[in-house]
Design a protein around this ligand. Structure first.
Ligand code: FE2
Ligand code: FE2
Length: 375
């Protein structure tokens, strides 16, 4: 069959179509990737479910003008057909250093799971809802995430690995989050996703010799999708000012900022070879991504974390060391392993509290949240 005529997830108009097209590809026997994607730990991407009825009841009237502009832009679908291999695809798995290959595959599987986690949640909201504003948005976002996940799976297939998306949908455990937590967590993950991808993209523009795999060439359009998704959640939060102004919700926002930032820090430090190959200092990269994300989230959050506070970096490093201790103790097993694991977990908890209690920086939130991807 001519590759250009084969329907591909990148041109799919809906998430369902994109997933079906990925599922129709020849199956691979490798089950490891799906097993990794099935893992549910504090550090691995999860699948979420929520109170869809409550979300369906959102009235976007207070942000109507910005809402319609955003939906029109997403409907115009500038990235249709983009997430597909082309002549610029020059992947060379054979000559990749095995240690790098292992970390890179881990990175791709975790990214694919995260993309697909968004897809599953958005698709479900679209399916359950009856509010046209809401279902239209979630259908468009699910479409994008299915394309992203499909594209990563295309990349993985060449390494003899693929994530079984249909199996994941049915078998992975779903975590319940009430809608407001979905807004905070998903908004942040979309915006930090943008900041991560654009930081790598810009770095590789300056150092093209470090681009060890072609997928990074697709990161600019990719992160623009994530940016739009984040814009949508900013608007959803602005329909109800309490979500970002009440005392207790500000504490929740701070909690999610701290949790998302520190999880990213630990995860990235687990992939030293990957970052070295990219020529990226992982500590610089973490702080740079936090800086961009903080700048963006000022559009809707009244606080940002003080990432230049003396306790910040110290705390992150301690968290990272403790998480390594927990992982090693888990492997060791036995009474000593258990003792070391509990001690590590206590350090993680205490350090998280220390990070959480660093005074936040306060901001005045602008009247309009509208922002363009500027990095
Ligand atoms: Fe995505
Ligand atoms: Fe997204």
């Amino acid at each position: 069959m001519n590759a250009h005529n084969t329907p591909h997830s990148s041109d799919a108009a809906t998430a369902e179509e994109a997933i079906a097209r990925q599922e129709a590809l020849p199956p691979l026997t490798n089950e490891d990737a799906t097993n990794i994607a099935m893992q549910n730990t504090l550090l691995t991407p999860r699948f979420y479910t929520t109170d869809f009825e409550e979300m369906d009841a959102i009235d976007v009237t207070p942000v109507r003008e910005e809402w319609d502009a955003l939906i029109a832009q997403m409907k115009s679908d500038p990235n249709k057909g983009h997430f597909k291999k082309n002549d610029e695809w020059d992947a060379d798995w054979e000559n990749m250093d095995p240690a790098l290959k292992a970390e890179f595959i881990d990175f791709l599987i975790s990214s694919c799971t995260a993309e697909f986690s968004g897809c599953v949640l958005y698709k479900e909201m679209k399916r359950r809802g009856s509010n046209t504003d809401i279902t239209t948005l979630f259908q468009l976002m699910a479409r994008d995430e299915a394309r992203h996940a499909g594209f990563i799976n295309d990349a993985l297939r060449e390494a003899g690995v693929s994530v079984n998306l249909g199996f994941l949908t049915q078998q992975k455990k779903y975590t319940y989050f009430r809608p407001k937590f979905i807004y905070y967590a998903t908004y942040l993950s979309e915006k930090i996703g943008y900041a991560r991808y654009i930081t790598i993209f810009r770095h590789l523009e300056e150092h093209p010799d470090k681009r060890f795999h072609p997928i990074f060439k697709w990161f600019r359009e990719w992160c623009n999708d994530e940016f739009s998704h984040g814009e949508a959640f900013a608007l959803l939060m602005r329909t109800d000012p309490k979500l970002t102004t009440s005392f207790s919700n500000k504490l929740w926002i701070k909690f999610f900022l701290t949790a998302v930032y520190s999880t990213m820090w630990i995860r990235d430090h687990q992939r030293p070879v990957f970052h070295e190959a990219l020529g990226v200092d992982v500590t610089w990269y973490g702080q740079e991504v936090f800086r961009k994300t903080s700048e963006i989230t000022k559009q809707v959050f009244p606080i940002t974390l003080d990432i230049d506070h003396p306790r910040w970096r110290k705390g992150l490093n301690r968290l990272e060391a403790a998480s390594r201790q927990v992982a090693a103790a888990k492997k060791r097993g036995g009474v000593m392993g258990m003792a070391s694991r509990l001690a590590g977990m206590a350090t993680v908890a205490a350090t998280f509290v220390s990070l959480y209690t660093i005074p936040a920086i306060k901001h005045t939130v602008p009247v309009s949240s509208r922002m363009e991807p500027a990095y």
